[in-house]
Design a protein around this ligand. Structure first.
Ligand code: CP3
Length: 341
């Protein structure tokens, strides 16, 4: 029998809630910080498949989560498309040359940069119990494009939104190129052992409705169609962070099997508005894991109750914070595992 998480993603209303947390491997874990220090940084860790597999498994060993998410980053795709990638301490990621002033066509793809990631998936899968689910992922084209165009993160994706208005044909070409690499990349992860995949559209919330249709819904639909043509039975979770009232259209029009919701969405609204029987993932505010206490417990129960009548994967509304106390993660898991609605 497949694990609870895969069952929920395939539409089953499971007897207890499968749980994993976005960014569950990372700096809040001392065992992560130790291995990162030994390897000398984030990218060397990602490119050492044995170490990346070990990092992927650390939170499974410690907390028994139902899903193991590949330890990597969404910016591996632009790196494979030929941009240079660096993670500078305290500054976040940098990509160069930035496409705001450099043509996409001048980049030389380096597809071999994807291969060590597949090896990580293979190594995790070989060590994962049969009741746990191996999750692959990629960034969605709009979110990836914001980094490729601007060269680094930005508060409201101002430069990329302006670029997309100014030269929508050139921007469409960037999006199309990301779609095609992403279909290949997700298929490679699935062939290596990923049993479900998530598309992270972290900056979906900055777009006006028409642009949301063009740069979020359409390219995610193209990726889903491309991956489904090769792997029709592998569930795809779409996570359009910040989509708000556009979430319903996203859920209906992209073809994703399950939708991840962030903490700004009222779970009761989501339970009512999203297609009946579609699995939902989310959406506890990660900040509640910093505070803990009764507030954490009350809000976790509210999420569990709201999704009692449909398949649900318990998760946060966004990644876990790096100063999260481990005791609060344990407290949360006690609530979710003990809940009988
Ligand atoms: O969920 C997981 O644990 C899987 C691994 C994963 C990472 N990043 C590891 C990581 C995943 C799925 C991501 C996704 C990602 N990366 C997103 C989309 C999700 C989101 O958070 O909105 C984005 C926008 C990125 C780009 C990125 N990577 C940024 C902006 C940063 C710097 C900010 C930060 O937290 O340091 C990263 C670095 C990064 N990616 C770290 C980790 C564990 C921190 C690396 C370290 O310094 O140890």
């Amino acid at each position: 029998m497949p694990g609870l998480l895969l069952r929920a993603l395939k539409g089953e209303n499971t007897p207890s809630r499968p749980t994993w947390l976005m960014r569950q491997a990372g700096r809040y874990l001392p065992e992560y910080r130790a291995l990162r220090a030994e390897k000398g940084g984030f990218l060397p860790l990602v490119y050492d498949s044995a170490a990346a597999a070990e990092i992927t498994l650390q939170p499974i060993r410690r907390f028994g989560f139902d899903g193991a998410i590949l330890f990597s980053d969404i910016l591996i795709v632009p790196y494979a498309m030929g941009q240079d990638l660096a993670f500078l301490a305290g500054e976040g990621p940098h990509l160069s040359p930035r496409l705001a002033d450099h043509a996409l066509q001048a980049l030389q793809g380096v597809p071999e940069r994807l291969l060590p990631i597949y090896e990580t998936v293979r190594q995790v899968k070989a060590q994962l119990g049969p009741d746990r689910t191996m999750l692959g992922f990629a960034g969605s084209p709009w979110t990836i494009a914001t980094y490729m165009v601007n060269g680094e993160g930005s508060r409201d994706q101002h430069d990329t939104r302006a670029y997309a208005y100014r030269d929508s044909a050139a921007f469409q070409a960037i999006i199309d190129a990301i779609v095609s690499v992403t279909v290949e990349y997700l298929s490679g992860q699935i062939q290596a052992g990923a049993e479900a995949v998530q598309l992270f559209d972290s900056w979906a919330g900055s777009l006006a409705p028409r642009e949301f249709e063009r740069w979020v819904i359409a390219p995610n639909a193209a990726i889903v169609a491309g991956v489904k043509a090769l792997h029709p039975d592998v569930p795809i979770i779409g996570f359009p962070k910040g989509a708000g009232e556009k979430l319903g259209a996203y859920a209906r029009e992209t073809g994703v099997d399950a939708v991840g919701i962030d903490e700004t969405i009222d779970p009761h609204w989501a339970a009512r508005e999203l297609p009946k029987d579609m699995p939902v993932q989310g959406n506890l505010d990660p900040l509640l894991l910093l505070t803990g206490g009764t507030q954490l417990e009350k809000r976790a129960i509210e999420v569990l109750e709201a999704f009692a009548d449909r398949p649900h994967v318990f998760n946060l509304g966004h990644g876990i914070g790096q100063t999260t106390p481990i005791a609060h993660v344990e407290q949360l898991l006690g609530v979710v595992r003990g809940w009988r609605g």
